[in-house]
Design a protein around this ligand. Structure first.
Ligand SMILES: [Cu+2]
Length: 177
């Protein structure tokens, strides 16, 4: 009578073994693969200037006082990267330049909120004066550039004038060194 149970048991063990093998083959990619969520790999890392997925401004060219600093000219502007955050901030909030420098601002919006980037004389930027250079309607994860020559002593500033953003503190200062 036991002889009729053994084939069944054997089949059951084989099935269980196959199941274990399949589970085993599934575990490595589930736990040993990339720990980054999909959006980090396909979204943030793929955007220009978003190396590393976190924002430090490290990809900007060296500024005045940094080793390797080369003043931006109209022929070869110096690149300064700015991120517009969901917390309604432009980072870095202080950009240091040499008088007369030409800067290409590469502005990236993080998060779903649409932002703007205006730069120029501080009084014009504060009042959202028409004609002041700006990037308008910068949507999620978009990067656009604006090149500006800082002629004269300033003061200069930059800001986002999407409704309510400037009032919430979405502005920054140009320090002429
Ligand atoms: Cu904004």
């Amino acid at each position: 009578m036991n002889s009729r149970r053994l084939p069944w048991l054997g089949t059951a063990l084989v099935v269980a073994g196959i199941a274990l093998l399949e589970i085993g083959s599934l575990i490595p990619p589930a736990t040993g693969g990339s720990t980054q969520p999909g959006w980090a790999r396909t979204g943030m890392m793929g955007g220009s200037g978003m190396m590393g997925g976190s924002w430090s401004g490290a990809a900007s060219a060296p500024g005045p006082g940094d080793s390797g600093f080369v003043a931006g000219t109209q022929a070869t502007p110096r690149v300064v990267q700015i991120v517009a955050t969901p917390q309604l901030r432009l980072l870095p909030a202080v950009v240091t330049i040499r008088a007369g420098e030409t800067i290409t601002f590469e502005v990236t919006t993080m998060g779903p909120t649409v932002h703007e980037f205006m730069v120029g004389p501080a009084a014009d930027v504060a009042t959202d004066k028409a004609g002041t250079p700006e990037i308008a309607d910068l949507g999620m994860m978009q990067t656009r550039s604006l090149t500006y020559t800082f002629t004269g002593p300033g003061p200069f500033a930059f800001a986002c004038h999407a409704p309510g953003h400037y009032e919430a503190g979405m502005s920054g200062t140009i320090v002429v060194q």
